[in-house]
Design a protein around this ligand. Structure first.
Ligand code: AHR
Length: 328
């Protein structure tokens, strides 16, 4: 409970727009010569949008809260245009590095070209984007379509040829995570002849997902036998709606629940059988970003694309020991 209060406090601070961690004050470039501090601008989506995002924010803040580094986090409140402006602000202030967890895949060419012209390395974390590869230094994060395939592979086994009538709670439209996970479901629906009853964005939010799921239950009733929720918070909202409607959720015979992120509280729900399949999306990017910056500082060039290893957890094989050993 304490951690969540601390995180909430942090999230409130972040919601105010900026959080400064690490070394001294001062502008980017000039501060570097004077104090030999590496100035990093981190353009975050929306720091308190989900359990996953709070873990991701915490990883970055904790990693760079050390001598020799100054990390300034800008919170775009999931507004793609504001995030691009935040990045331009880091360029104008001559930051040494810019790290971006992109709200949307599109709209990056101009500002990334400005960063390139200013000779500021750009490191993409978490979310992939649609932009020429020469406009950013590297991408470190998941392959979201592979994450989705892990979930649909489980669905194929679970339903074993029986009819699937699935509803899809999508992430914020245009986000790399949403595009990849939705594409995997679409491929599986086409391949298996499943019925996609409905599809709508819940914007990663528990409340939005619960409201959407409530209306789908009224519309489709017991036809729904699978919910494909593109993150834990939305899966939780869907489960709340189903349980309030008296539906049997999860387990062997209930409405099958697919989720992504595998935050610890939702792995607990997987162990309880409420979530059937939970695909990990690792938020702990801080150490990887530090490693990349240190590599660049020593004159080495990082790989262009670094896909992080991720696994999936299932209601009938997960254990408390697995959950207890998790970092987030
Ligand atoms: O990009 C990762 C996604 O962003 C997570 O699955 C979701 O919870 C977050 O909002």
């Amino acid at each position: 409970m304490n951690k969540r209060i601390v995180l909430l406090g942090l999230a409130l601070l972040l919601a105010a727009g900026m959080v400064l961690v690490g070394g001294c004050q001062g502008k980017g470039g000039q501060a570097r010569e004077a104090s030999n501090v590496i100035n990093i601008g981190f353009a975050q989506c929306k720091a308190d949008e989900s359990d996953w995002r709070m873990a991701n924010t915490r990883s970055m803040l904790n990693t760079f809260n050390r001598p020799g580094y100054r990390l300034v986090l800008s919170d775009s409140n999931n507004d793609a245009a504001k995030q691009v402006a935040d990045v331009q602000g880091f360029i104008d202030q001559e930051f040494d590095y810019i790290v971006i967890a992109a709200v949307n895949m599109d709209g990056w060419d101009t500002v990334l070209r400005n960063a390139k012209n200013a000779k500021i390395p750009v490191i993409l974390v978490d979310r992939n984007i649609n932009a020429p590869e020469d406009l950013y230094t590297c991408y470190v994060g998941p392959d979201f379509k592979v994450e989705g395939k892990k979930a649909t592979d489980w669905m194929e086994k679970h339903f074993a040829g029986k009819p699937v009538n699935v509803v899809n709670l999508q992430g914020q439209l245009g986000a790399g995570a949403q595009v990849g996970r939705t594409a995997a479901l679409q491929d599986a629906v086409t391949k298996n002849g499943w019925t996609l009853l409905a599809q709508q964005t819940g914007n990663w939010s528990t409340v939005e997902a619960k409201n959407i799921m409530t209306s789908w239950i009224q519309q489709f009733g017991d036809r729904i036998n699978c919910v494909y929720a593109e993150n834990d918070n939305m899966a939780d909202g869907a489960i709340q709606a189903l349980r309030e409607a008296g539906k049997n959720v999860g387990g062997k015979d209930g409405v099958a629940i697919i989720s992504f992120d595998a935050n610890r509280p939702y792995l607990q729900m997987t162990l309880e059988g409420l979530i059937n399949c939970n695909v990990e999306c690792n938020p702990l990017h801080g150490p990887k970003v530090l490693e990349i910056i240190q590599m660049i500082e020593s004159g080495k060039q990082p790989q262009k694309v670094m896909i992080v290893e991720e696994e999936a957890f299932y209601y009938d094989t997960i254990t408390q020991a697995i959950i207890d050993a998790r970092q987030y």
